[in-house]
Design a protein around this ligand. Structure first.
Ligand SMILES: [Zn+2]
Length: 231
């Protein structure tokens, strides 16, 4: 299999969700390709970080209850068909966000107005971008003081390229610009650009390049206390 196919299957491989034949072909490729095996190590490190954050929380009951309400407000009912295949993962995402928020800020009273929370949105697939931006918009409405960084890698970078459009044909750039004007930062994986042979000049001006998207997600969590939201 090629690098592109390997990277496409890598998350499922790391999660043990591939069938034996596909897993074997990914394994063979990883043995011979340094770039893909570096990506595999980064993904496993990310998984380990998330498991550490998923320890039982000591946050006060009332703060937990408020967070539950807040998280429930993040998730819209399904509308477009493209979102349907990701729906089974949504309750998991909510739970993950909840435990990550609680673990990242156990002493902070997140329910107080004006308090800030840090969240990294991780977008790794092109088809989840429009749903992610919608969630992000709702998130900012529900929690105006929140600081959000969007990290895009693999096909998840597509919405940050010039003239990219969502499934309704609308350009992504105005939506990205609007979110940026509200303080959201967009960071894009340089490894992905190199691997897919996409020139930097195709990236819209609102996005900032980082060497590795996965490494950036890990750094924001482990060094800066960001909660993690996978989309
Ligand atoms: Zn490779």
């Amino acid at each position: 299999v090629s690098c592109r196919e390997t990277l496409h299957l890598l998350e499922a491989y790391v999660d043990g969700e591939l069938g034996p034949e596909a897993a074997l072909s990914v394994e063979r490729h990883l043995r011979t390709c340094r770039r893909c095996s570096a990506e595999e190590r980064a993904l496993r490190a990310l998984g380990a970080t998330l498991r550490r954050h998923a320890l039982p929380s000591t946050a006060p009951e009332r703060a937990q209850a408020r967070l539950r309400v807040r998280c429930a407000a993040l998730i819209e009912p399904p509308r477009e068909g493209l979102l349907h295949r990701h729906l089974p993962a949504l309750p998991g995402v909510v739970a993950l966000l909840l435990v990550a928020l609680l673990a990242a800020a156990p002493a902070r009273d997140v329910g107080q107005p004006g308090s800030s929370a840090l969240v990294v949105y991780h977008i790794s697939q092109a088809q989840t971008a429009s749903g992610a931006l919608r969630n992000l918009h709702n998130h900012l409405e529900a929690a105006p003081g929140i600081q959000v960084v969007v990290v895009a890698h693999n096909s998840g970078i597509d919405f940050l390229l010039r003239d990219a459009r969502d499934e309704t044909g609308a350009l992504y750039e105005p939506a990205v610009r609007g979110l940026k004007s509200r303080g959201v930062e967009f960071r894009l994986c340089e490894n992905t650009l190199a691997r897919r042979e996409i020139g930097r000049d195709r990236v819209i001006g609102e996005a900032v390049l980082v060497p590795s998207g996965v490494a950036e997600v890990i750094r924001l969590q482990s060094e800066e206390g960001y909660a993690y939201m996978k989309l």
